[in-house]
Design a protein around this ligand. Structure first.
Ligand code: URA
Length: 218
C-alpha cells in the first residue's frame, strides 16, 4: 500500500499524518499581530530617525517595500532623488531596470522585498559614508531578520560589503555564494551600473539565475 492510499486508514486509526512541508510554507504563515506591531514600530523609528546627518536633507525616509514574508529580498545602496521624493526604493531609471530583472525571473515588485542599506538620500547621490552605514544598517538587519527571505540579492558593492561586513571588491564578491545570518546571499551588479554598462547584463543574469536556483531547490 503506498503512503497516499494508506492515509484514510491512518487517519481513521487516529494516527497523525506527518507531511513533508513544501519549501517555504512556514515563511508564508500568517503573521501575528505582534509581528505586525513590531514592523509598524520599526517603520516609525525609521521615519523619525536622526542617527546621522542625512536626516537634515531628506524629503522623507525610504523604508523599503514588499511583503514581510517575501521569499526574495533585494538590497540596494541608498535612495536617489526620485526615491526621496516618492518614499519608495528603486522607482527611478535603475528601478525600471530592476523591475525588468524581476520580470525576467517571473516576479513582480509586489512579490519581493526591496530595501536599501541607507534609508535617506545622500546629497548629490554621493557614496554612503561608513558612519552613515553604521548608523542605518541595524534597520536593514532587523528587516531581513523579520522577512527571513530564502535568498538575499545584494545589488552592487555597497549592499554586498555592508551586509557581508567586508571590503572586498565587487569582482571578488560576485560568483561565490555568501551567507548572511544563515540566509544565502547572491551578489550582483547594481542596476544603475548596468544602465551604464549594459554589456554586463548577461553576467547579472547568471547571478540572478543562481539566486532562482536557491529559491527553487531549497
Ligand atoms: N539606487 C539604490 O541603491 N536604491 C534605490 O532605491 C534607488 C537607486
Amino acid at each position: 500500500m503506498d503512503s497516499r492510499s494508506a492515509r484514510p486508514w491512518l487517519k481513521a486509526l487516529g494516527i497523525t499524518i506527518w507531511q513533508r512541508r513544501e519549501p517555504g510554507a512556514a515563511d508564508h504563515a500568517p503573521e501575528s499581530r505582534a509581528d505586525a506591531n513590531g514592523w509598524g514600530r520599526l517603520k516609525e523609528e525609521v521615519q523619525s530617525c536622526v542617527r546621522c546627518g542625512l536626516h537634515a536633507g531628506r524629503t522623507q525616509t525610504v523604508f523599503g517595500i514588499g511583503p514581510r514574508n517575501a521569499t526574495w529580498c533585494f538590497v540596494g545602496e541608498a535612495p536617489g532623488a526620485e526615491e526621496d521624493r516618492r518614499g519608495e526604493p528603486f522607482v527611478g531609471r535603475a528601478g525600471q531596470l530592476l523591475d525588468a530583472m524581476l520580470r525576467a525571473l517571473g516576479l513582480d515588485r509586489g512579490q519581493v522585498f526591496i530595501a536599501n542599506v541607507l534609508k535617506c538620500r545622500p546629497p548629490g547621490n554621493r557614496d554612503p559614508q561608513p558612519s552613515e552605514v553604521a548608523a542605518c544598517l541595524p534597520y536593514l538587519r532587523t528587516q531581513i531578520a523579520t522577512v527571513r527571505p530564502r535568498v538575499v540579492v545584494a545589488l552592487g558593492r555597497f549592499a554586498a560589503q555592508s551586509l557581508l561586513a567586508t571590503d572586498q571588491p565587487l569582482g571578488r564578491l560576485r560568483g561565490p555564494l555568501h551567507d548572511y545570518e544563515g540566509i544565502p546571499v547572491v551578489v550582483t551588479y547594481h542596476p544603475a551600473y548596468l544602465l551604464r554598462r549594459p554589456a554586463d547584463k548577461a553576467a547579472a543574469w547568471v547571478d540572478l539565475k543562481r539566486a532562482r536556483e536557491i529559491v527553487t531547490n531549497e
